[in-house]
Design a protein around this ligand. Structure first.
Ligand SMILES: Cc1ncc(C[n+]2csc(CCOP(=O)(O)OP(=O)(O)O)c2C)c(N)n1
Ligand SMILES: [Mg+2]
Length: 565
């Protein structure tokens, strides 16, 4: 390695040069006077770093999260101090829960004003303390490359996550000379031979094993290696909540997703398994059906838990075999694991698990003219395997998760944090990174209006995403829980909505309303052909609250359980 280059200029220029050294090509931002020097330095490299200017910092941080999920490289968000940082915090929380590499660059008051509660001053170490993997403030422009290098390594290593770097305003304008840091390197643990040998023994003695894949840090070749392993051992493979694209859903061994609204047969299958092979998933509340699929702290199933972050092993569950390894290293080793000489005893169970999935994935009929399952089935058949489908949080996402089939690595981008408002900004980031792929965002009426103004960003940057707003005039998820727990006492969950299609058109996007199943395919074709961002408002009765039940059925059941006085 040659001697590192010297970077000279303002702190802002050194920062931007350092980002370039780390391979940054996109930056998601809402500008602020506190980081004007960074913007000015970005001006010089505007042909090398695409600056995506957002309308709200939640959009910028969500986009940075989606970028991190899609590429495995930290997504970079640049926001101003105080209100900018507070607006951006949702993306930091999502990156934390979802283990996404992300770096938030945030303005800070000049060094001489520190700790006076100067204008918009926040102590970011305290504010982001629990949410970020590392929070630091760069007080010396000569140390910018060191901090940036540390931030990239921290965001990507072990269990990936968000890093926050605070940038005092006067540090950004101070002239300095700094030693450049080289491009960050992947730091990844590999499984030990002893762990692999023990895994082979456990598999050899199992009768009803199941594999559950999840988490971040995967690559498409890691997914291919994992598939080879699963095929050799004929394992049924499930995917954790919102990590459904780690295994081809069309594969005869794919058994479904382990998340909200899990197929009851899959839940039972996991409970009845004698060996749970959990690869990369965190075993959080959503992936364990509220810690019921596996008992805390010692599951009845023999538990093999592999994770890239050592601290995740034994966090809730005491594994029989903890494996500390990054997914590419682990999957490569698993692909080499000696295959069994005969068909394993569970081969019929694997076929049964698949049959359960196929039945669960088949469209169901619900009351009304718009059959959401058919809409999603149409997309499943219409979209190429590399299309990217994003969503935020709400019951509308159940239709997508259950009836779509994700076939390629990184064809799904969705927050395991359950953050509303994620789908639209995620789609914008996806289209910025992969302009040639079809990108479809699903949102509820509630979810959409949390970040819907980012349609302006999509239009400004000519990112032709298709947004599907499932409008049921309600914060439907909460209404559903309300009916369960407080039947008939509807309060705070109804929404009076704008005309979403007209709203989209006012941004320069195309907008249409879809009220019946048969209207959807042609409307979707028009949206794709529009050559600009497009929105389809799907009008769905709030009564159709899930694929399997209605609001009134939920209310009646709840009333029967506890009659009102
Ligand atoms: C940022 C954020 N705020 C609040 C919630 C709580 N919450 C979860 S789902 C939901 C309603 C979602 O409404 P909508 O997007 O219309 O979807 P629907 O459930 O009606 O299909 C709410 C308020 C959340 N998950 N995230
Ligand atoms: Mg709704």
């Amino acid at each position: 390695m040659g001697r590192p280059a010297t970077l000279s200029g303002s702190g802002g220029q050194i920062l931007v040069r350092s980002l370039l050294e780390q391979g940054v090509g996109h930056l998601f931002c809402v500008p602020g006077e506190s980081h004007l020097a960074v913007l000015d330095a970005l001006y010089d490299v505007r042909d090398r770093i695409q600056l995506v200017v957002c309308r709200h910092e939640s959009g910028a941080s969500n986009m940075a999260d989606a970028y991190g999920k899609l590429t495995g490289q930290p997504g970079i968000a640049l926001v101003t101090r105080g209100p900018g940082a507070t607006n951006a915090s949702i993306g930091i929380h999502t990156a934390s829960q979802d283990s996404t590499p992300l770096i938030l660059l945030v303005g800070q008051v000049p060094r001489g004003f520190a700790d006076r509660e100067a204008f918009q001053e926040i102590d970011y170490r305290r504010m982001f303390g629990q949410m970020a993997k590392w929070v630091a403030q760069i007080d010396d422009p000569r140390r910018v490359p060191e901090y940036v290098s540390h931030a990239f390594h921290t965001a990507t290593s072990g269990r990936p996550g968000p890093v926050v770097l605070a940038l005092p305003e006067d540090m950004l304008t101070e002239e300095a000379e700094a030693r450049a840091a080289p491009h960050w390197q992947r730091v990844a643990a590999a499984p030990s031979p002893a762990a692999l040998a023990r895994l082979a023994t456990l598999l050899g003695g199992a009768r009803r094993p199941i594999a559950i894949l999840g988490g971040s840090g995967w690559t498409s070749s890691a997914c291919a290696d994992l598939r080879r392993f699963a095929e050799a051992w004929q394992l049924p493979v499930a995917c954790a909540f919102r990590f459904q694209d780690l295994f081809d859903n069309d594969h005869p061994q794919y058994a479904g997703d382990v998340g909200i609204g899990i197929n009851p047969k899959l839940a039972q299958r996991i409970k009845d398994a004698d060996l749970a092979l959990v690869i990369g998933a965190r075993l959080g509340e959503m992936t364990t059906s509220g810690y019921t699929l596996l008992e805390v702290p010692v599951p009845r199933q023999t538990l093999v838990h592999a994770h890239a972050g050592a601290e995740e092993l034994g966090r809730v569950y005491a594994p029989d075999l903890p494996i500390h390894a990054a997914m590419p290293e682990l999957a490569a080793a698993l692909a080499q694991l000696l295959r069994p000489s005969a068909d394993p005893p569970w081969a019929a169970e694997t076929a049964a698990a698949r049959a359960d999935y196929v039945a669960w994935n088949a469209p169901v009929r619900v009351p009304g003219p718009l059959q959401m399952a058919e809409v999603v089935r149409h997309l499943r058949e219409r979209l190429p395997p590399d299309a990217i489908v994003t969503n935020g949080a709400g019951n509308f996402s159940t239709w997508v998760h259950r009836f779509h089939r994700y076939r390629r690595f990184k064809s799904q981008v969705a927050p395991t944090s359950g953050a509303m408002g994620y789908g639209v900004p995620a789609a914008i980031a996806a289209k910025a990174v992969y302009p040639d792929r079809i990108v479809v965002a699903f949102a509820g009426d509630g979810c959409f209006l949390m970040t819907g103004q980012e349609l302006a960003t999509a239009v400004q940057h000519q990112l032709a995403i298709v947004v599907i707003v499932v409008n049921n005039g309600a914060y439907g998820t909460i209404r559903m829980h309300q009916e369960r727990q407080y039947p008939g006492r509807v309060h705070g969950t109804q929404l009076t909505n704008p005309d979403f299609a007209a709203y989209a058109r006012s941004f320069g996007a195309s907008g249409e309303v879809v009220e019946a199943t048969e209207q959807f395919p042609p409307a979707f074709e028009r949206a794709l052909a529009a050559g600009r961002p497009a929105l389809l408002e799907l009008r769905l009765s709030a009564e159709v609250i899930t694929p399997s039940t209605t609001l009134s059925a939920i209310r009646e059941q709840a009333l029967k359980r506890r009659p009102t006085s």
